[in-house]
Design a protein around this ligand. Structure first.
Ligand code: FAD
Ligand code: NAP
Length: 348
């Protein structure tokens, strides 16, 4: 067992892709379950709050965290089972997501190709049921293991227990900051139809007959499209989409469509409709807007960028202004996607 080194007054700015200035009173990296338990026990003994970090690509951090920031670096990817249809792959929570995707592509396994190049770690993927290009994690999720932050017990979750929904799970609600995920098992198909339903993907792959298409080709197309549109956090700090696409009733959609015939929307099942938040932001004039070092990306209005490396409090104030403006114009409240750790009361 490795005893985790607990460091004092640690700089978290390089550890979050929004690059907000942030420091933690204590910080530890944990590469195995025993170290994780030790770190959690230390925090409990000291009466310190805990903040769990993976790749820091979906968080808004406070300027100062008076507790223990634990970065999960638990590694390991292995095939744990196989049947006629599926291969089951288990990955440590600290594995880089794209490394897992690459592991599956090298074995021609299907399921993660549309989720190529999403930043962050395996352990964070279930938190918001990551999704892209028509595929969400829950379609390939088998189970996960986690450690309860209070009791230090090992827990197991199957898909229903995770309560997955659109960019959401139980880990953003009832179990927010309650468990640390240590490993995730995926159920990947050996063959079957690939999902190229999103228009840009469909266009990019239209020359290849569907029966010849490989997961690698889909992944390459996804990567090329993402690179052409999304800002690289290493160059322009960002946390990806800052708001979820709102899901509204069919009635609300109808009334908006009367006022805005160009409204971009998609069916979301059971009389519900998903609105493209990026379209709402563009109509409201936020695309490419900048103020005091923060703004909305010109090539993708849904991505909040932080070139000024402003503090999390300011980022959330800016986002709250956008939320109010969109609400006043369209009567739709945008929900923030990244998890914010800025103390409540300091932002709207
Ligand atoms: P972090 O930001 O470190 O953490 C996010 C939350 O998960 C925090 O609440 C943290 O406490 C918790 N957490 C992290 N690890 C654990 C763990 N082991 N156990 C328990 N809790 C944990 N998201 C998508 O869904 N689809 C996309 O296409 C997409 N594209 C993106 C593109 C860019 C350029 C960027 C910057 C972000 C994008 N994201 C996307 C958001 C982000 O990459 C994902 O949400 C990712 O899963 C976050 O992983 P992370 O390791 O960085 O999590
Ligand atoms: P896009 O292709 O320009 O599409 C704009 C929006 O329309 C997307 O948000 C997408 O919803 C929706 N959409 C497009 N085609 C659709 C279809 N056939 N059926 C249902 N919904 C459809 O989007 P983009 O910004 O370039 O992103 C491409 C994909 O990567 C999207 O899935 C997006 O979610 C994902 N992405 C996510 C993040 C993040 O941080 N969460 C960041 C970058 C990209 P959905 O978003 O629901 O798919």
């Amino acid at each position: 067992m490795n005893t985790p080194r607990i460091l004092a007054d640690h700089d978290l700015q390089p550890l979050n892709t929004l690059a907000v200035p942030a420091r933690a009173a204590r910080y530890a990296q944990v590469g195995d379950e025993a170290s994780l338990r030790e770190a959690l026990s230390f925090a409990r003994a000291e009466g310190m709050p805990v903040l769990v970090l993976g790749g820091g690509s979906n968080v808004v951090l406070p300027a100062r965290f008076e507790g223990l920031a634990i970065q999960v670096t638990i590694k390991g990817v292995e095939i744990v089972a196989e049947d006629g249809e599926f291969v089951y792959v288990r990955a440590g929570a600290g594995e880089v997501w794209q490394d897992l995707v690459e592991f599956t592509l090298q074995r021609n396994l299907q399921g993660l190709e549309n989720l190529s190049l999403i930043p962050g770690t395996v352990g964070a993927a279930p938190i918001q049921n990551i999704g892209a290009y028509g595929v969400e994690l829950d379609t390939v999720f088998e189970s996960l293991t986690a450690i309860d932050r209070q009791s230090l017990e090992t827990l197991a979750f199957d898909a229903p227990a995770c309560e997955f929904s659109y960019r959401d799970s139980i880990f953003k609600h009832r179990l927010r900051d309650a468990v640390v995920i240590t490993a995730v098992t995926f159920r990947l198909r050996k063959k079957g139809e690939l999902n190229t339903s999103y228009a840009p993907l469909h266009e990019a792959l239209s020359a290849i007959p569907a029966n010849e298409l490989t997961p690698r080709q889909v992944s390459d197309a996804v990567i090329a499209i993402r690179r052409s549109k999304l800002p690289d956090p290493a160059e322009i700090p960002n946390a990806g989409s800052f708001f979820k696409n709102p899901i509204v009733s069919a009635d609300k959609h109808e009334s908006l469509k009367r006022d805005y015939p160009q409204l971009v929307s998609f069916p979301a099942g059971a009389g519900r409709v998903k609105l493209a938040a990026g379209w709402l932001l563009e109509q409201a004039g936020w695309r490419g807007h900048r103020q005091d070092g923060v703004g909305m990306h010109a090539a993708q209005a849904l991505v909040l960028v932080n070139p000024g490396r402003r503090e999390g409090e300011y980022v959330l104030e800016y986002a709250a202004r956008i939320q109010r403006d969109v609400y006043e114009r369209f009567g739709v409240m945008l929900e923030r996607e990244p998890v914010a750790y800025v103390p409540q009361g300091e932002t709207a």
